[in-house]
Ligand binder design. Structure first.
Ligand SMILES: *Cc1c(COP(=O)(O)O)cnc(C)c1O
Length: 423
């Protein structure tokens, strides 16, 4: 090997070797579009997952047989129970939660509102909410609006933007006035992964309740909601669970809270005996009381195919590949991008990060647009972050190498003396 071979590692060959050794490599072919040459690297499966081929069949069969054939009878035969049966399956497969605590419906935003209101009502006399400044916008807006509506005070945690909420930071603001703590398990920007069990313990020591947003962890990081003692959780199904654009979210309410739980949108579908059409609202038994109106059955179809896949593969194997993918991405960032003044905005320790990383540079709004035109699809997050999302079942190491080399090329394009080498 000559010196220049050492200076320019062959990332394409490295990626090919990692793909060849990847026990999950065959699963990528199960996704629609995985063979489409115009998409050279899909690095946004954590924002909108790719569809599974099995979902095309499931949705077609639903239209022709279930909807078209069974018509209104479908509600009695299956659909009425579907939010709960899929909720239980999702709980067992990816949440580490026993049956009877999870339902599907609404969006994450709406469920955040419903569960937060219900949780706060379980802590009467306490008038503070704990939240962090780097939480996803909808979490901040919804909780601020609840605070304004009910005369509560938000106690803000200011995390390191390249990491996330530390236990000591929580300890500083949580106390006897705290009703509810709302945090994201994996931070949408930095990818920081909370120690949820420790956060739950600290929250409970103060007598408060914990609501976790699982949008960026469900389907990428193993979860143990029951044993961690998490009180409430919500999350998306269109990210790592590949449910499709706008697929409904899930809500988890720990069993010990269910009997006394009331949420603010008391509709007929969450009532005891909804078809009795009776006067006055009376909550249904168990998790069904979280439902408000007619559940979005069409939107619940595709997520079942991902759950089926994860049942075969296991979340531990998914997490193991996720860590290898982000590790490889970091290696490429260090070698190819750090010398250009691009900075890592994510934790270096794989134990402290979920399935994505983010890199920062003032040029990234423009770079992201140019990359999209070249079939390399990451996400942009203000002020100038380029987020690289790696969905373990559908992303190859080859895509990581193509994507990060393309970022290098786009970032050196206009610089005088740049070589723009294209491997
Ligand atoms: C994606 C995401 C959401 C999205 O909420 P919607 O109601 O589905 O738009 C909420 N919270 C977090 C942390 C997210 O990453």
């Amino acid at each position: 090997m000559t010196e220049s071979d050492w200076a320019v590692p062959d990332w394409t060959a490295r990626a090919a070797a990692l793909d060849a050794a990847d026990p999950l490599r065959a699963y990528r072919d199960l996704f629609v579009g995985s063979e489409d040459p115009s998409v050279r690297a899909y690095l946004d499966g954590n924002s909108l997952g790719r569809p599974l081929r099995a979902s095309v069949e499931r949705i077609t069969a639903f239209m022709t047989q279930a909807w078209g054939g069974r018509l209104i009878r479908g509600w009695d035969e299956q659909w009425f129970e579907l939010p709960i049966t899929i909720g239980d399956r999702l709980a067992a497969t990816v949440l580490g939660a026993a049956a009877g605590q999870t339902t599907i419906g609404d969006s994450t935003t709406v469920l955040l509102y419903k569960l937060a209101r219900g949780a706060i009502a379980l802590r009467p006399g306490r008038n503070e909410l704990v939240l962090d400044r780097d939480n996803f916008p909808t979490d901040r807006y919804v909780l601020e609006s609840i605070a304004a509506e009910h005369g509560l005070t938000v106690r803000w945690i200011e995390p390191d933007p390249r990491a996330g909420v530390e236990l000591e930071q929580l300890a500083e603001v949580v106390g006897e006035r705290t009703a509810l703590v709302v945090l994201s398990h994996v931070a949408y920007r930095s990818g920081y992964l909370l120690d949820a069990a420790a956060i739950a313990r600290r929250t409970h020591e103060a007598g408060a309740l914990l609501l976790l947003d699982l949008c960026h962890s469900v389907g990428s990081v193993p979860l143990e909601l029951d044993s961690w003692g998490v009180d409430f959780a919500v999350g998306c199904t269109y990210k790592y669970l590949n449910g499709g654009p706008g697929s409904p979210a899930f809500a988890y309410v720990g069993r010990r809270h269910l009997d006394g739980f009331r949420q603010p949108i008391e509709g007929w579908m969450g009532r005891a005996d909804p078809f009795g059409m009776a006067q006055g609202y009376e909550p249904a038994q168990g998790i069904r009381r979280v439902i408000s109106g007619t559940p979005p059955i069409l939107g619940m179809l595709a997520m079942q195919d991902t759950l089926e896949l994860i049942e075969q593969v296991g979340m531990d194997a998914v997490r193991a590949k996720s860590m290898r993918l982000t590790e490889f991405a970091l290696e490429l960032v260090d070698e190819l991008l750090t010398p250009l003044g691009i900075e890592l905005g994510s934790p270096r320790d794989p134990v402290l990060r979920g399935g994505h990383i983010i890199i920062d540079h003032p040029s990234f709004a423009e770079v992201t647009t140019n990359l999209q035109a070249r079939g390399v699809i990451p996400d942009f997050r203000p002020p100038h972050g380029l987020r690289i999302g790696l969905s373990p079942l559908s992303t190859s190491f080859g895509e990581v190498a193509v994507g990060i080399q393309a970022i290098r090329d786009e970032s050196t394009r206009d610089e005088p003396g740049s070589q723009g080498r294209d491997a």
